[in-house]
Design a protein. Structure first.
Length: 133
């Protein structure tokens, strides 16, 4: 039984913990500061803060391609912390992203609808329907 619990716990942590569940596209669109398609142009590691309050992680520099909500700059940085909430991104890949601000940093919710653009067709169609109303 202990082994089963350990496996389930590890599987949950590996996939990310979604304490608030998975938001609908409509809800995430409404709560996001920016919604857009973007390409990753750089990535740099960020160490844990000296006081231990902030996790280490990665700053991803994104270049805006097509803005669907808000007024993001042409290039901006989002932070992805090294935790179960991490939203990993790959260099030169294009993404549909729902960006929010937390703790003074721009972030992307790994439990949300952000993802690689080439597999986000359903979410993108819903965003386009919302954005054009």
């Amino acid at each position: 039984m202990k082994r089963l619990i350990s496996v389930l716990l590890f599987s949950t942590l590996a996939a990310g913990v979604c304490v608030n569940g998975h938001p609908s596209v409509k809800d995430e669109f409404s709560n996001a500061e920016y919604v857009l398609t973007a390409v990753v142009t750089a990535a740099s590691e960020v160490p844990q803060s000296k006081d231990g309050q902030d996790f280490s992680g990665t700053d991803y520099k994104l270049r805006s391609l097509h803005v669907l909500k808000g007024y993001p700059p042409e290039t901006f940085t989002v932070f992805s912390e090294n935790s179960s909430g991490r939203f990993p991104m790959d260099m030169k890949k294009r993404y549909l992203v729902f960006v929010y601000r937390e703790g003074g940093r721009l972030r992307i919710d790994n439990c949300g609808n952000s993802g690689l653009l080439d597999v986000s067709g359903n979410a993108l169609a819903k965003v386009l329907a919302i954005a054009t109303k």
